[in-house]
Each structure stands twice: as C-alpha cells, then as structure tokens.
Design a protein around this ligand. Sequence first.
Ligand code: COA
Length: 261
Amino acid sequence: MTEDLVLFDVRNAIATITINRQDKYNALNLSVKKTLLAMFKQAEEDPSIRVVVITGAGEKAFISGSDITDFVGRDSKTIRSVVGPSRDIAEYMTSMTKPIIAAVNGYALGGGCELALVCDIRYASINARFGLPEIHLGTIPGNGGTVRLPRLVGLGIAKELILTGGRIDAEEALRIGLVNKVFNSQDELREGVLELARKLCKMPGVALGLAKQSIQKAWQLPLNEHLAFELKAFCQTFDTEDKEEGLAAFLEKRKPEFKHK
Ligand code: COA
C-alpha cells in the first residue's frame, strides 16, 4: 500500500520516482516521505542506475506540498517529526552523486517546490505552477525554501514570492531561472526529460558525481576551501579509467565510451 504511494521504475539506467497520491495532489505525508527517502537511497546505491528523475502522477500536480493535515495540532516541538523527514530527504538528495532531474508536471507548491529546488535540474510542462504559500497557513517554508530559492532566483524575487505566498506559472519560472526549460505538453516534458537523462547517462559517472558535489560545496564552504575542494576533485578524476577514455577518444576523433570508473 505504502509502496504504491511512490512508484519506482528503472529503465535504461534511468530511475523514475513518481509520487502517486493523485487524490491529494501528490501531497507528501509521512508514509510518502519515508518511502521517498528509501527510493532515493536505492537509486544511489544501485550501480546500474545513472540518473534519477522525480515527478508526480497525473496531470495536475508535481507535489502540492507537505500534507497540511499533518500540521494540524502541532506545536514548535511536535512539528519537528513532520519536517524532520522532509529535511532528511533533502539532505540525502544533496549528498547523492547521481544527478536528479525534477520533471515538474503541475503544481509544485510548498514542500513540493522545495523538493524541486533540491534537484539538480528542473524541467517543467506549461501547466506547472510554483509557489511557497506557507505564509497563507501562518507559517513559513521549512525545508530550505528561504535558503535555496533566493540563491537560485535572487533575494528580491524570492522575498516577493515567499512574503506574498504568490504563485507563478511555468513561463515566469523560466524567466526568473527557477526552471531550466518549459515544454508545451506533459508528453513533451517526458520526452525532454528523457533526452536530458540519456545525455547524462553517457557522461563519466565519477566525474559527474564530483562535479555535482563540487558545485554543491559553494553553499557550504568559504571560497578558498571551495577552490581547494574543486582542485582535489579535479585531480581525483585523473585516477579514473574514464579520464583515459575521454582523452583517447578526443585524440582518436571518436565518441568516448565511459565505464563510470
Ligand atoms: N496537503 C493535504 N491535502 C492537499 C494538499 C496538501 N498540501 N494539497 C491539496 N490537497 C488535497 C485537498 O485537500 C483536496 O482533498 P479532498 O478532495 O479530500 O478535499 C484535494 O487535494 C484536491 O485539492 P483541491 O484544493 O480541491 O484542488 P484545487 O484544484 O482547487 O486546488 C491546489 C489545488 C494545489 C492549488 C490546492 O489544493 C492548494 O492550494 N493546496 C495546498 C498547497 C499548499 O499550501 N502547500 C503548502 C503546504 S506546506
């Protein structure tokens, strides 16, 4: 039963995780959060998987947020058991070496928008709607929204979105840099995401993971330490077979065939 609330499908090295709670616009309750974390772990640990896609079932919602009914009757102490699992998912996602693509196919609100913000690349269909509406509930984003949104779109726009709890459409999300691409239909979104995932699958896995982690460090380290991390990661790629293959392929004027080691 719980399993069915989140679907896990692996094809050609691409794992697709689908939140499947359509009657609640794919809101994240505690069961969904628990399963979702387990599935991200499964995707990271399975060496046959190279790329992860997360999306929502149906045509209406990516994720409408944390399940609001889980908020009812909580105080500053007891709410932690609701937000804690969301935090665990975000923290695990940022630690993953495999790229995560958000295929935003409808409402991405509150915790859903925050989850999309944790992903590495965001593609959306034209009917996607984004927002952090927590202010309307008398609260604020609790899973990184006030941290990640300003870094992605700038302080001014983030403040307007968070303080008004307003919603924006896909075109506006593209304009402010919240998403990388917008597609005219859900089918086109699916195809666009697959094309990107296939492209990423062909990249050298070790270098891909190190590039992702090095970019991530910008959020955690002072500039000099971040530069040192990048240097170490760069040097580390020179111990991989893929680096040999990449250089040889260039010199032999052919496409590289990476083995992800
Ligand atoms: N948590 C719990 N249930 C949710 C939900 C959420 N975040 N978002 C939607 N639902 C439920 C609704 O309660 C409703 O359930 P019901 O049919 O049992 O009454 C069902 O999903 C459909 O939602 P509804 O509001 O009837 O659809 P709509 O098309 O009029 O509006 C939304 C869709 C997403 C705009 C609206 O549901 C909404 O604003 N949801 C809350 C978004 C939010 O504040 N997220 C942040 C939470 S931290």
